[in-house]
Design a protein around this ligand. Structure first.
Ligand code: PBG
Length: 329
């Protein structure tokens, strides 16, 4: 050996106390947002087979889940509604008596001061064809006609008491249309969290069971982003949304798109969220059920990776459970 002191990268890793002291990426319960599904006319919560541990809630069981989220000190929750009846224009999305509006009002009354109650804003849960917008006669999603529907849904959610609207449909101009409608209805202070860089992903598979919204024909590749494009397109989408009035932006899915999370985080000065989606959840649960992986360590490692990539907020179906582990750290 030479006389030089050997470079030692390992000294600060030796004990749990040292590792805890030098850790830079922390996941806190307040960073986590729990997605919740509520379905009209259910009499008891319905398990979702492809998402073990996640259910479609009744209005009552939803309130209980919201209280658990508060006890876990989560940052927020995001509601998805599933109506009993669907139609071509997704009428349930802006019906004041629609399931999401009713359930939202319940949840806001119970926990609205304790965490941020957000609502997903899209049409796919409400349309009989399962697409995120209105269709033209030839069966294409009509961007501009859909904007009016999103604007109406945003106002309905605002009147029902949402704290943040989160448009997820990937129509061009959706943020501007929603901002204008909210401002005109007296909700100039209501923030928009835009699903900005949302990819056409097979990782949404289980969600389509959960929200009963698999497209009846075709897929969403004509409006969601192509995974084969470079990160610059994700950044462009985020910047466009911010220019239209988005207060925060989202990248989705999370794990396979951490490069996009990083690029967006560096390009914008608004909060960035990442959505760890249903397929990411299902894969871990399936492997864990076989005893092939250490479930808890895998979940925490993934959440840490998403935060390390730069996301401030993480939407995850594990939010309440993971928060319980994080408290002990
Ligand atoms: C659209 C929407 C989807 C998800 C959230 N909002 C589905 C889609 O675009 O097909 C997916 C979430 C998940 O997979 O966990 N309303």
């Amino acid at each position: 050996m030479t006389g030089f002191p050997a470079a030692r990268a390992r000294r600060l890793r030796r004990t749990p106390a040292l590792r805890r002291l030098v850790a830079e990426v922390r996941v806190r319960p307040a960073d986590l947002v729990l997605p919740l599904f509520v379905k009209q006319s259910l009499t008891s919560p319905q398990p979702i087979p492809s998402m073990p541990g996640v259910v479609q809630h009744t209005r009552d069981s939803l309130k209980k889940a919201a209280h658990e989220a508060v006890s876990a000190r989560l940052g927020g929750l995001i509601l998805f509604g599933i109506p009993a009846e669907k139609d071509a224009r997704g009428s349930g999305a802006d019906d004041p008596a629609g399931i999401v509006q009713l359930a939202l009002a319940d949840v806001v009354a119970e926990v609205g001061d304790d965490l941020v109650v957000m609502t997903d804003l899209c049409l796919d849960e409400y349309t009989d064809h399962g697409h995120c917008g209105l269709l033209t006669e030839t069966g294409e999603v009509d961007n501009d006609a859909t904007l009016e529907r999103y604007a109406a849904a945003a106002v309905a959610q605002a009147r029902a008491g949402t704290s943040v609207v989160a448009p997820s449909g990937m129509m061009d101009g959706q943020v501007a249309a929603i901002r204008a409608a909210l401002d005109a209805d007296g909700f100039a202070d209501l923030p928009i969290l835009a699903y900005s860089a949302k990819y056409a992903s097979a990782f949404y598979g289980p969600f389509r069971d959960a929200a009963e919204c698999a497209p009846s024909f075709g897929d969403r590749s004509a409006y969601q982003q192509d995974p084969a494009r470079s990160t610059a397109e994700g950044v462009r989408e985020a910047l466009l949304d911010i220019a239209e009035g988005a207060d925060a932006v989202m990248v989705k899915p999370a794990g396979p798109y951490l490069d996009v999370v990083r690029a967006v985080t560096e390009a914008v000065d608004v909060p960035v969220a990442a959505y760890q989606v249903s397929g990411e959840y299902a894969m871990v649960e399936a492997a864990a059920a076989h005893g092939w992986i250490d479930r808890r360590r895998i979940i925490l490692e993934q959440l840490t990776g998403i935060r390390r990539a730069g996301a401030g907020m993480v939407l995850t179906y594990w939010a309440t459970e993971a928060a319980g582990w994080l408290e002990q750290q």
